[in-house]
Design a protein around this ligand. Structure first.
Ligand SMILES: [Zn+2]
Length: 133
């Protein structure tokens, strides 16, 4: 078990080292300088590892509390989801134009699209073609 911990620790150090190197080589053109900075950061990280771990753990625990505290005044009045725009008209038009006659029947009087089962137009009340009065 101790061997596994050592392997994982070595792996973590290598990942930290390579990650730091890539990060710093992004900012600094000199690869040697980037390597030195990355090595220094990695050593500092290894020395401060318990502190860093504790700090990160505390941050993870405290973050939700901080967020809840910051937005405490919004919670009661704000709905869980933002109001959706009314797209029903758009949807109906899209449906009617894409499916043609099968989506409904068009009023011969006013041109409104009605449900297939309607006998009379919802808009103007005219008798629809195909409906037997
Ligand atoms: Zn009509």
């Amino acid at each position: 078990m101790a061997a596994l911990v050592q392997v994982l620790g070595t792996l973590a150090v290598l990942v930290t080292l390579s990650g730091s190197y890539r990060l710093f080589s992004f900012f600094f053109d000199d690869p040697l300088f980037s390597g030195l900075v990355a090595a220094a950061v990695t050593v500092a990280f290894m020395i401060a590892f318990p502190v860093v771990t504790t700090a990160l753990g505390l941050a993870v625990l405290v973050a939700p509390l901080v967020v809840a505290y910051r937005y405490r005044d919004r919670l009661p009045s704000t709905p869980a989801l933002p109001a959706l725009p009314d797209l029903s008209g758009l949807f109906d038009e899209g449906l009617g134009s894409s499916t043609g006659e099968t989506g409904g029947q068009r009023c011969p009087n006013c041109g409104a699209t009605n449900d297939q089962l309607n006998r009379h137009c919802d808009d103007c009340g005219a008798l629809l073609v195909g409906g037997d009065a």
